[in-house]
Design a protein. Structure first.
Length: 436
Protein backbone atom coordinates (compact mmCIF):
# COMPACT_ATOMS: atom_id res chain seq x y z
CA UNK A 1 0.00 0.00 0.00
CA UNK A 2 1.37 3.41 -0.98
CA UNK A 3 0.85 6.10 1.66
CA UNK A 4 0.58 9.71 0.45
CA UNK A 5 3.07 12.24 1.78
CA UNK A 6 0.44 14.27 3.65
CA UNK A 7 -0.77 11.12 5.39
CA UNK A 8 2.77 10.09 6.29
CA UNK A 9 3.31 13.56 7.74
CA UNK A 10 0.11 13.32 9.81
CA UNK A 11 1.13 9.90 11.09
CA UNK A 12 4.58 11.20 12.02
CA UNK A 13 2.94 13.79 14.27
CA UNK A 14 0.61 11.20 15.75
CA UNK A 15 3.59 8.98 16.55
CA UNK A 16 4.92 11.74 18.76
CA UNK A 17 1.66 12.40 20.58
CA UNK A 18 1.94 9.53 23.11
CA UNK A 19 5.11 11.20 24.41
CA UNK A 20 2.96 14.18 25.42
CA UNK A 21 -0.07 12.31 26.77
CA UNK A 22 0.30 13.73 30.29
CA UNK A 23 0.66 17.25 28.95
CA UNK A 24 -2.36 16.86 26.66
CA UNK A 25 -4.49 15.75 29.59
CA UNK A 26 -3.25 18.23 32.17
CA UNK A 27 -2.75 21.38 30.08
CA UNK A 28 -4.37 21.25 26.64
CA UNK A 29 -3.60 24.92 25.95
CA UNK A 30 0.14 24.34 26.20
CA UNK A 31 -0.19 21.02 24.37
CA UNK A 32 -1.97 22.69 21.45
CA UNK A 33 0.68 25.40 21.29
CA UNK A 34 3.37 22.71 21.24
CA UNK A 35 1.65 20.86 18.38
CA UNK A 36 1.34 24.15 16.51
CA UNK A 37 5.02 24.90 16.93
CA UNK A 38 5.92 21.42 15.72
CA UNK A 39 3.86 21.94 12.57
CA UNK A 40 5.37 25.39 12.04
CA UNK A 41 8.87 23.97 12.16
CA UNK A 42 8.08 21.06 9.83
CA UNK A 43 6.15 23.11 7.28
CA UNK A 44 8.34 26.21 7.26
CA UNK A 45 11.87 27.30 6.41
CA UNK A 46 14.08 28.37 9.33
CA UNK A 47 16.64 30.91 8.15
CA UNK A 48 17.35 32.69 11.44
CA UNK A 49 21.13 32.36 11.65
CA UNK A 50 21.17 31.64 15.39
CA UNK A 51 18.60 28.82 15.29
CA UNK A 52 18.95 25.11 14.60
CA UNK A 53 17.36 21.71 15.18
CA UNK A 54 18.71 19.32 17.80
CA UNK A 55 18.91 15.57 17.48
CA UNK A 56 16.32 13.25 19.06
CA UNK A 57 18.97 12.16 21.60
CA UNK A 58 19.66 15.74 22.73
CA UNK A 59 15.92 16.46 22.81
CA UNK A 60 15.27 13.39 24.98
CA UNK A 61 18.07 14.25 27.41
CA UNK A 62 16.65 17.71 28.07
CA UNK A 63 13.50 16.15 29.51
CA UNK A 64 15.09 13.69 31.95
CA UNK A 65 15.09 13.32 35.74
CA UNK A 66 18.39 15.20 35.96
CA UNK A 67 16.03 18.17 36.19
CA UNK A 68 15.23 17.03 39.75
CA UNK A 69 18.80 17.30 41.07
CA UNK A 70 20.64 20.26 42.60
CA UNK A 71 24.39 20.10 41.95
CA UNK A 72 26.10 23.26 43.22
CA UNK A 73 29.84 22.97 42.86
CA UNK A 74 31.84 20.87 40.43
CA UNK A 75 32.43 17.13 39.91
CA UNK A 76 33.93 15.67 43.07
CA UNK A 77 33.36 18.94 44.96
CA UNK A 78 29.61 19.36 45.43
CA UNK A 79 27.72 20.99 48.26
CA UNK A 80 24.94 18.37 48.27
CA UNK A 81 25.03 14.59 48.38
CA UNK A 82 23.70 12.17 45.79
CA UNK A 83 26.00 13.32 42.97
CA UNK A 84 27.22 10.01 41.57
CA UNK A 85 25.49 10.37 38.22
CA UNK A 86 25.57 14.14 37.88
CA UNK A 87 29.36 13.93 38.24
CA UNK A 88 29.45 11.38 35.43
CA UNK A 89 27.51 13.50 32.94
CA UNK A 90 29.28 16.78 33.77
CA UNK A 91 32.70 15.12 33.53
CA UNK A 92 31.74 13.67 30.15
CA UNK A 93 30.61 17.10 28.96
CA UNK A 94 33.87 18.69 30.12
CA UNK A 95 36.14 16.08 28.58
CA UNK A 96 34.27 16.05 25.28
CA UNK A 97 34.34 19.86 25.08
CA UNK A 98 38.08 19.94 25.72
CA UNK A 99 38.69 17.36 23.02
CA UNK A 100 36.36 19.08 20.57
CA UNK A 101 38.03 22.49 20.86
CA UNK A 102 41.57 21.42 21.85
CA UNK A 103 41.90 23.29 25.14
CA UNK A 104 42.90 22.48 28.72
CA UNK A 105 39.77 23.55 30.58
CA UNK A 106 36.02 23.73 30.04
CA UNK A 107 33.24 25.06 32.25
CA UNK A 108 29.94 23.70 30.97
CA UNK A 109 27.66 25.21 33.64
CA UNK A 110 26.69 28.67 32.27
CA UNK A 111 22.96 28.84 31.69
CA UNK A 112 23.30 30.81 28.44
CA UNK A 113 25.75 32.75 26.30
CA UNK A 114 25.31 36.17 27.92
CA UNK A 115 25.79 34.81 31.47
CA UNK A 116 28.92 33.06 30.21
CA UNK A 117 30.26 36.41 29.02
CA UNK A 118 29.35 38.12 32.30
CA UNK A 119 31.13 35.41 34.31
CA UNK A 120 34.15 35.76 32.03
CA UNK A 121 34.28 39.53 32.56
CA UNK A 122 34.18 39.21 36.34
CA UNK A 123 36.85 36.51 36.28
CA UNK A 124 39.29 38.81 34.47
CA UNK A 125 38.37 42.40 35.29
CA UNK A 126 37.99 44.89 38.10
CA UNK A 127 35.32 47.63 37.97
CA UNK A 128 36.44 50.39 35.63
CA UNK A 129 38.64 48.16 33.48
CA UNK A 130 38.43 48.44 29.70
CA UNK A 131 37.21 45.90 27.15
CA UNK A 132 37.65 46.32 23.41
CA UNK A 133 35.01 44.64 21.25
CA UNK A 134 33.33 44.86 17.87
CA UNK A 135 30.98 47.78 17.29
CA UNK A 136 27.37 46.59 17.39
CA UNK A 137 26.62 48.56 14.22
CA UNK A 138 29.27 46.51 12.42
CA UNK A 139 27.96 43.16 13.65
CA UNK A 140 28.92 42.98 17.34
CA UNK A 141 26.77 41.60 20.17
CA UNK A 142 24.83 43.28 22.99
CA UNK A 143 26.85 41.45 25.67
CA UNK A 144 30.04 43.01 24.28
CA UNK A 145 29.20 46.30 25.90
CA UNK A 146 26.23 47.93 24.25
CA UNK A 147 25.09 50.99 26.25
CA UNK A 148 21.70 49.40 27.02
CA UNK A 149 23.36 46.67 29.12
CA UNK A 150 24.27 46.92 32.80
CA UNK A 151 27.83 45.92 31.98
CA UNK A 152 28.59 49.45 30.82
CA UNK A 153 27.90 50.70 34.36
CA UNK A 154 30.78 48.57 35.61
CA UNK A 155 33.33 48.36 32.81
CA UNK A 156 34.48 50.66 30.04
CA UNK A 157 33.98 49.44 26.47
CA UNK A 158 35.76 50.72 23.39
CA UNK A 159 35.16 49.67 19.79
CA UNK A 160 36.68 48.39 16.62
CA UNK A 161 34.96 47.84 13.29
CA UNK A 162 35.30 47.31 9.57
CA UNK A 163 37.69 49.30 7.47
CA UNK A 164 35.66 48.60 4.34
CA UNK A 165 32.04 47.48 4.53
CA UNK A 166 32.27 46.39 0.90
CA UNK A 167 34.70 43.61 1.82
CA UNK A 168 34.13 43.25 5.55
CA UNK A 169 37.82 43.68 6.33
CA UNK A 170 38.38 44.68 9.95
CA UNK A 171 40.52 47.79 10.44
CA UNK A 172 43.33 46.15 12.41
CA UNK A 173 45.52 49.25 12.19
CA UNK A 174 42.82 51.32 13.86
CA UNK A 175 42.27 48.49 16.37
CA UNK A 176 45.94 48.66 17.32
CA UNK A 177 45.90 52.45 17.70
CA UNK A 178 42.83 52.36 19.96
CA UNK A 179 44.35 49.51 21.97
CA UNK A 180 47.61 51.43 22.47
CA UNK A 181 45.63 54.43 23.69
CA UNK A 182 43.01 52.71 25.87
CA UNK A 183 45.06 49.74 27.18
CA UNK A 184 42.13 47.27 27.33
CA UNK A 185 42.40 44.37 29.75
CA UNK A 186 40.42 42.20 27.26
CA UNK A 187 40.53 42.22 23.46
CA UNK A 188 37.24 40.56 22.54
CA UNK A 189 36.34 38.90 19.26
CA UNK A 190 32.93 37.65 18.27
CA UNK A 191 29.77 38.86 16.59
CA UNK A 192 26.13 38.19 15.84
CA UNK A 193 25.82 39.75 12.38
CA UNK A 194 29.24 39.73 10.69
CA UNK A 195 29.57 37.59 7.54
CA UNK A 196 33.35 37.23 7.48
CA UNK A 197 36.07 35.56 9.58
CA UNK A 198 38.32 37.37 12.07
CA UNK A 199 42.10 37.31 11.86
CA UNK A 200 42.91 35.87 15.29
CA UNK A 201 46.67 36.06 14.79
CA UNK A 202 46.54 39.83 14.19
CA UNK A 203 44.28 40.31 17.21
CA UNK A 204 46.57 38.20 19.38
CA UNK A 205 49.60 40.28 18.34
CA UNK A 206 47.80 43.51 19.25
CA UNK A 207 46.66 42.08 22.58
CA UNK A 208 50.18 40.94 23.45
CA UNK A 209 51.52 44.40 22.67
CA UNK A 210 49.20 46.04 25.21
CA UNK A 211 49.06 43.20 27.73
CA UNK A 212 45.42 42.24 27.09
CA UNK A 213 43.78 38.86 27.50
CA UNK A 214 42.33 37.55 24.24
CA UNK A 215 38.73 36.29 24.33
CA UNK A 216 36.62 35.00 21.46
CA UNK A 217 32.83 34.75 21.73
CA UNK A 218 32.29 32.04 19.13
CA UNK A 219 28.58 31.54 19.88
CA UNK A 220 27.49 31.85 16.25
CA UNK A 221 30.29 29.84 14.68
CA UNK A 222 31.10 27.21 17.34
CA UNK A 223 29.82 24.32 15.25
CA UNK A 224 31.87 25.32 12.24
CA UNK A 225 34.97 25.64 14.41
CA UNK A 226 34.25 22.25 15.99
CA UNK A 227 33.84 20.74 12.52
CA UNK A 228 37.04 22.29 11.17
CA UNK A 229 35.25 24.53 8.66
CA UNK A 230 36.47 27.71 10.38
CA UNK A 231 39.67 28.41 12.27
CA UNK A 232 39.96 27.62 15.99
CA UNK A 233 41.01 30.73 18.00
CA UNK A 234 43.07 28.54 20.35
CA UNK A 235 45.30 27.62 17.40
CA UNK A 236 46.36 31.29 17.24
CA UNK A 237 46.97 31.53 20.98
CA UNK A 238 43.66 32.97 22.23
CA UNK A 239 43.28 32.65 25.98
CA UNK A 240 39.54 32.14 26.50
CA UNK A 241 36.61 31.23 24.28
CA UNK A 242 32.97 31.69 25.31
CA UNK A 243 30.01 30.25 23.45
CA UNK A 244 26.43 29.17 23.43
CA UNK A 245 25.89 25.46 22.98
CA UNK A 246 22.95 25.68 20.58
CA UNK A 247 23.17 27.53 17.24
CA UNK A 248 25.66 25.79 14.92
CA UNK A 249 26.85 23.42 17.66
CA UNK A 250 23.35 21.81 17.68
CA UNK A 251 23.14 21.34 21.43
CA UNK A 252 20.65 22.46 24.07
CA UNK A 253 20.22 26.13 24.88
CA UNK A 254 23.04 26.99 27.24
CA UNK A 255 26.54 28.42 27.52
CA UNK A 256 30.14 27.33 28.00
CA UNK A 257 33.52 28.88 28.75
CA UNK A 258 36.73 27.30 27.45
CA UNK A 259 40.24 28.19 28.61
CA UNK A 260 43.58 27.58 26.96
CA UNK A 261 45.21 26.83 30.33
CA UNK A 262 44.04 25.20 33.54
CA UNK A 263 45.21 28.26 35.48
CA UNK A 264 42.78 30.51 33.63
CA UNK A 265 40.15 27.83 34.07
CA UNK A 266 40.37 28.09 37.86
CA UNK A 267 39.49 31.79 37.67
CA UNK A 268 36.58 31.02 35.37
CA UNK A 269 35.23 28.28 37.66
CA UNK A 270 35.19 30.57 40.70
CA UNK A 271 33.47 33.29 38.71
CA UNK A 272 30.73 30.99 37.40
CA UNK A 273 30.09 29.37 40.79
CA UNK A 274 29.76 30.70 43.40
CA UNK A 275 30.53 34.09 41.91
CA UNK A 276 27.70 34.52 39.46
CA UNK A 277 25.16 31.71 39.34
CA UNK A 278 23.87 28.93 41.57
CA UNK A 279 23.31 25.32 40.67
CA UNK A 280 23.83 24.10 37.12
CA UNK A 281 20.84 22.95 35.09
CA UNK A 282 21.89 19.32 35.06
CA UNK A 283 19.57 18.03 32.35
CA UNK A 284 21.06 20.70 30.08
CA UNK A 285 24.61 19.76 31.09
CA UNK A 286 23.80 16.15 30.21
CA UNK A 287 22.32 17.27 26.88
CA UNK A 288 25.49 19.30 26.21
CA UNK A 289 27.52 16.12 26.70
CA UNK A 290 25.36 14.32 24.16
CA UNK A 291 25.69 17.15 21.63
CA UNK A 292 29.47 17.32 22.07
CA UNK A 293 29.64 13.58 21.48
CA UNK A 294 27.72 14.06 18.24
CA UNK A 295 30.03 16.89 17.19
CA UNK A 296 33.07 14.63 17.64
CA UNK A 297 31.76 12.25 14.96
CA UNK A 298 33.11 12.47 11.37
CA UNK A 299 29.71 13.30 9.90
CA UNK A 300 29.60 16.53 11.90
CA UNK A 301 32.59 17.78 9.91
CA UNK A 302 30.61 17.23 6.72
CA UNK A 303 27.73 19.18 8.23
CA UNK A 304 29.95 22.11 9.27
CA UNK A 305 31.44 22.46 5.81
CA UNK A 306 28.04 22.12 4.12
CA UNK A 307 26.70 25.04 6.17
CA UNK A 308 29.28 27.30 4.56
CA UNK A 309 28.87 25.85 1.07
CA UNK A 310 25.13 26.49 1.33
CA UNK A 311 25.65 29.99 2.70
CA UNK A 312 28.07 30.98 -0.05
CA UNK A 313 25.81 29.53 -2.73
CA UNK A 314 22.73 31.36 -1.44
CA UNK A 315 24.67 34.62 -1.14
CA UNK A 316 25.91 34.28 -4.71
CA UNK A 317 22.36 33.58 -5.91
CA UNK A 318 21.05 36.76 -4.31
CA UNK A 319 23.89 38.90 -5.65
CA UNK A 320 23.43 37.52 -9.17
CA UNK A 321 19.77 38.55 -8.94
CA UNK A 322 20.80 42.10 -8.03
CA UNK A 323 20.49 42.08 -4.24
CA UNK A 324 22.96 44.14 -2.21
CA UNK A 325 24.68 42.07 0.50
CA UNK A 326 26.71 43.57 3.33
CA UNK A 327 30.40 42.83 2.62
CA UNK A 328 29.31 41.49 -0.80
CA UNK A 329 29.22 37.88 0.33
CA UNK A 330 29.99 35.63 3.27
CA UNK A 331 32.70 33.39 4.71
CA UNK A 332 30.51 31.79 7.37
CA UNK A 333 26.92 30.72 7.98
CA UNK A 334 25.14 34.06 7.64
CA UNK A 335 24.55 36.91 5.27
CA UNK A 336 23.06 40.38 5.57
CA UNK A 337 20.87 41.88 2.86
CA UNK A 338 20.42 45.63 2.51
CA UNK A 339 16.69 45.53 1.77
CA UNK A 340 16.25 49.26 1.21
CA UNK A 341 18.89 49.27 -1.51
CA UNK A 342 17.88 45.87 -2.93
CA UNK A 343 14.09 46.01 -2.84
CA UNK A 344 13.08 49.53 -1.85
CA UNK A 345 11.53 48.37 1.44
CA UNK A 346 12.87 48.06 4.99
CA UNK A 347 13.93 44.85 6.70
CA UNK A 348 10.90 44.69 8.99
CA UNK A 349 8.55 44.55 6.02
CA UNK A 350 10.61 41.80 4.39
CA UNK A 351 10.49 39.80 7.64
CA UNK A 352 6.70 40.18 7.83
CA UNK A 353 6.11 39.24 4.20
CA UNK A 354 8.27 36.13 4.46
CA UNK A 355 6.50 35.06 7.68
CA UNK A 356 3.29 34.97 5.64
CA UNK A 357 4.76 32.35 3.29
CA UNK A 358 6.41 30.22 5.99
CA UNK A 359 9.96 31.55 5.71
CA UNK A 360 11.49 32.85 8.93
CA UNK A 361 14.42 35.26 9.20
CA UNK A 362 15.03 38.43 11.21
CA UNK A 363 15.19 42.12 10.53
CA UNK A 364 18.63 43.52 11.34
CA UNK A 365 20.53 46.77 11.20
CA UNK A 366 23.25 47.04 8.57
CA UNK A 367 26.56 48.89 9.11
CA UNK A 368 26.03 52.60 9.68
CA UNK A 369 22.26 52.12 9.42
CA UNK A 370 20.29 55.35 9.71
CA UNK A 371 17.10 53.49 10.59
CA UNK A 372 16.05 52.34 14.08
CA UNK A 373 16.69 48.81 15.47
CA UNK A 374 12.99 47.82 15.28
CA UNK A 375 12.70 49.17 11.72
CA UNK A 376 16.16 48.62 10.23
CA UNK A 377 17.32 48.61 6.64
CA UNK A 378 18.33 44.98 6.47
CA UNK A 379 17.64 41.35 7.25
CA UNK A 380 19.92 38.61 8.54
CA UNK A 381 19.61 35.03 7.38
CA UNK A 382 21.68 31.88 7.73
CA UNK A 383 21.93 28.25 6.69
CA UNK A 384 22.56 26.11 9.85
CA UNK A 385 18.98 24.87 10.33
CA UNK A 386 18.21 24.15 6.68
CA UNK A 387 21.53 22.32 6.37
CA UNK A 388 20.54 20.14 9.33
CA UNK A 389 17.43 19.18 7.35
CA UNK A 390 19.62 17.95 4.50
CA UNK A 391 19.31 20.84 2.07
CA UNK A 392 22.26 21.50 -0.23
CA UNK A 393 23.28 23.93 -2.97
CA UNK A 394 20.41 23.10 -5.31
CA UNK A 395 17.86 23.85 -2.59
CA UNK A 396 19.51 27.20 -1.89
CA UNK A 397 18.44 28.37 -5.33
CA UNK A 398 14.88 27.20 -4.69
CA UNK A 399 14.78 29.05 -1.36
CA UNK A 400 16.30 32.16 -2.88
CA UNK A 401 13.65 32.15 -5.59
CA UNK A 402 10.89 31.75 -2.97
CA UNK A 403 12.21 34.76 -1.07
CA UNK A 404 12.51 37.02 -4.10
CA UNK A 405 9.06 36.00 -5.35
CA UNK A 406 7.47 36.73 -1.96
CA UNK A 407 9.01 40.20 -1.90
CA UNK A 408 7.97 40.87 -5.50
CA UNK A 409 4.38 39.68 -4.89
CA UNK A 410 4.05 41.18 -1.40
CA UNK A 411 0.87 43.10 -2.31
CA UNK A 412 -0.79 40.10 -3.98
CA UNK A 413 -2.60 38.07 -1.29
CA UNK A 414 -3.53 35.21 -3.63
CA UNK A 415 0.02 34.87 -4.89
CA UNK A 416 1.36 34.76 -1.33
CA UNK A 417 -1.12 32.03 -0.36
CA UNK A 418 -0.09 29.92 -3.34
CA UNK A 419 3.58 30.49 -2.53
CA UNK A 420 2.99 29.42 1.07
CA UNK A 421 1.60 26.12 -0.21
CA UNK A 422 4.69 25.67 -2.40
CA UNK A 423 6.93 26.28 0.60
CA UNK A 424 5.05 23.69 2.68
CA UNK A 425 5.32 21.05 -0.05
CA UNK A 426 9.02 21.78 -0.44
CA UNK A 427 9.72 21.64 3.31
CA UNK A 428 8.04 18.29 3.85
CA UNK A 429 10.73 16.69 1.66
CA UNK A 430 13.29 17.51 4.35
CA UNK A 431 12.58 16.00 7.79
CA UNK A 432 13.17 17.92 11.01
CA UNK A 433 15.11 15.78 13.52
CA UNK A 434 12.89 14.54 16.31
CA UNK A 435 9.70 15.80 14.71
CA UNK A 436 9.22 14.49 11.17
Amino acid sequence: MVIGHSLRYALSLLNLMPTYTALQTQDPDIYNALMGEMRRQVEGVELIASENYISPAVLETMGTVFNNKYSEGYPGKRYYGGQEFTDIVETLAIERAKKLFRCEHANVQPHAGCPANVAMYFALLEPGDTVMGMDLSHGGHLSHGHPVTYLTKIFKFVRYGMKDVETGEIDYDAMRQVALKEKPKILLGGFSAYPRELNYAKMKAIADEVGAVTVMDMAHIAGMIAGGALRNPFDDGFDIVTTTTHKTLRGPRGGMILSRTAELGKKIDKSVFPGFQGGPIMQMVAAKAVAFGEALKPEFKDYAHQIIRNSKHLATFFMEKGAKLVTNGTDNHLMMIDCVTSFGIAGAEVETVLDRVGITLNKNMIPNDRRKPMDPSGVRLGTPAITTRGMKEKEMETLGAFILKAIEKRADEAALKNLHKEVEIFCKKFPVPGIS
